[in-house]
Design a protein around this ligand. Structure first.
Ligand SMILES: [Zn+2]
Length: 503
């Protein structure tokens, strides 16, 4: 049975935003109370503006050498025994550090089972709203449902939040939208591969699109054959189910700017065995998450649709599996992509760039204003950066400072690599237009980006994220699960704060 989209949605959260600071009566009604203080602005060892201020001040641990201190807890002397969860951070703490601190605070709240949760931020001045958004994002990230097949399942927790001492802000609506998109992305990534087959993924998307009033098209194997998408079709030759294809989900604004859509393209390999160049068991284990890029493209579109942005967005999801079998593609095969490029196959485990080549070329034909693609593409990107950053590439090199800065500001951090044209020498083929990859793995993330850039062309602005940070044991920033959904928050910041859609 295919997974249902409503299972992936954030549970309902009631939120009450109050400009008044927390008072004792309000705090006494809470199950848990998060207090995040700014170290620089509070020199005194008490919190004079907060109820139980002297107690809090004595308990609060200051940051040591780090910019964000360890959280601590205190059970307040009231009838409910409200659990206060406290931390202080320096004003200079980065968004990434603050998101991580918020995740640890929320973890301590969760242990109490509390549903009535209050948040106070103290001493941050102008930055208070931003700090509140960070704590809210961590709470929503924790509340997101994840697939569970245990006989005894815990019901999703419905939160009743009180944000004290701040105005209702568009930043909070944005946090909900991003958390919703991130939740869907993580849920899909965590589904076992026998649950999220390409066919089931398609049904999931059709149901979701119908409910959210989004456009939905699916180019199945027959349709891709008619279009000559031989790179994509090479990868799926080993899958007897024949259920692969390219899904296109579309959001159109009810009113507002007309014009070309932003295209979000994602790699959606539901399971990657490596193909006939079979992976070892260790490297194959998490390969149900090789569809994370597609889920992040989808989650980003859902967040933008929820915010009713005034520009059009299309998500193009390359949904397939990389299987072995007598029909499977093999090294030295020559395949022809949808734009006529002939490709010499070198390594069947480099399937991501093949399905993306055709998907990018098809997306590019619709003349979007901007293309962003997301893919768990290369091991070398992980070797280079670890799993706390993702790699970023673009054919607009002057954007790189902005792309990096957006990562810092949003807390989903990216880092660029060189992408000079002379890297193409490694992809020269004696028999075809281009090799799929080099035999040696050196700088494979760069070669993969160079390879993909051919299918977008130089006229369309293009950003490519190699998602080293899509999976990290124990979570990343505000996200507590191994599947991180990295990229939804980043892209929303890129499009909404930096105005990249205007270009
Ligand atoms: Zn692979």
């Amino acid at each position: 049975m295919s997974p249902k989209h409503d299972a992936a949605m954030l549970p309902p959260t009631k939120m009450d935003v109050s400009t008044a600071p927390a008072d004792r009566a309000a705090v006494d009604r809470l199950g848990a109370w998060i207090v995040l203080s700014c170290e620089r602005t509070r020199r005194r060892r008490r919190s004079p503006d907060l109820p139980y201020g002297a107690l809090l001040g004595r308990r609060l641990r200051r940051p040591g050498s780090e910019d964000a201190g360890e959280p601590c807890t205190l059970d307040l002397p009231n009838a409910r025994g409200t659990r206060a969860v406290l931390a202080a951070a320096r004003a200079e703490a980065s968004t990434f550090e603050l998101l991580g601190l918020a995740r640890r605070l929320v973890g301590l709240v969760w242990d109490t089972g509390a549903q009535d949760v209050g948040v106070s931020v103290e001493g941050w001045g102008e930055a208070g709203e931003r700090i509140m958004e960070i704590v809210l994002s961590a709470l929503l990230a924790k509340a997101a449902p994840m697939p569970c097949y245990k006989r005894e399942r815990r019901p999703a927790r419905t939160l009743r939040l009180r944000l004290f001492g701040c105005d209702a802000s568009p930043a909070f609506a944005r946090a909900f939208a991003e958390a919703g998109g991130n939740a869907v992305a993580r849920y899909l990534a965590a589904l076992p591969p026998n649950e999220l087959t390409p066919g089931h993924y398609r049904e999931f998307l059709a149901g979701l699109a119908a409910e959210q009033r989004l456009g939905f098209e699916f180019l199945d194997v027959a349709a891709l054959k008619r279009r000559g998408a031989g790179a994509f079709l090479a990868v799926v030759r080993g899958s007897p189910a024949g259920d692969a294809g390219i899904a296109k989900i579309s959001y159109r604004p009810a009113r507002g700017r007309r014009g070309a859509p932003v295209a979000l393209v994602g790699k959606g390999i539901c399971f990657d065995t490596g193909g006939v160049n079979l992976k070892s068991h260790r490297h194959m284990l998490d390969m149900h998450e090789d569809m994370a890029g597609s889920a992040i493209a989808l989650g980003t579109l859902l967040a933008l649709a929820k915010l009713e942005v005034d520009f059009a967005v299309d998500a193009w999801l390359a949904i397939a599996a990389n299987h072995i079998g007598p029909e499977a593609y093999q090294p030295h095969d020559i395949v022809t992509a949808v734009d006529g490029t002939t490709i010499e196959i070198v390594h069947t485990d480099a399937e991501g760039r093949l399905v993306l080549a055709d998907t990018l070329a098809l997306a590019a034909r619709t003349k979007p204003r901007l293309v962003i693609d997301y893919a768990t593409l290369t091991g070398t990107c992980i070797y280079s950066l670890g799993r706390s950053y993702s790699g970023v590439f673009t054919n607009r090199e002057d954007w790189l400072p902005l792309l990096v800065e957006t990562g810092r500001a949003s807390g989903e951090r990216v880092w660029p690599f060189p992408q000079d044209a002379d890297y193409d020498k490694s992809l020269e083929s004696t028999i075809a237009d281009v090799k799929q990859c080099a035999v040696e793995g050196d700088a494979d993330q760069i070669l993969a980006a160079r390879f993909l850039s051919r299918f977008v062309g130089s006229e369309l602005p293009w950003i490519h994220l190699d998602l080293a940070a899509a999976h990290r044991k124990g979570g990343l920033a505000h996200v507590p699960t191994d599947a991180t959904g990295f990229g939804v928050r980043y892209t929303c910041s890129l499009l909404l704060d930096r105005g990249l859609t205007l270009g």
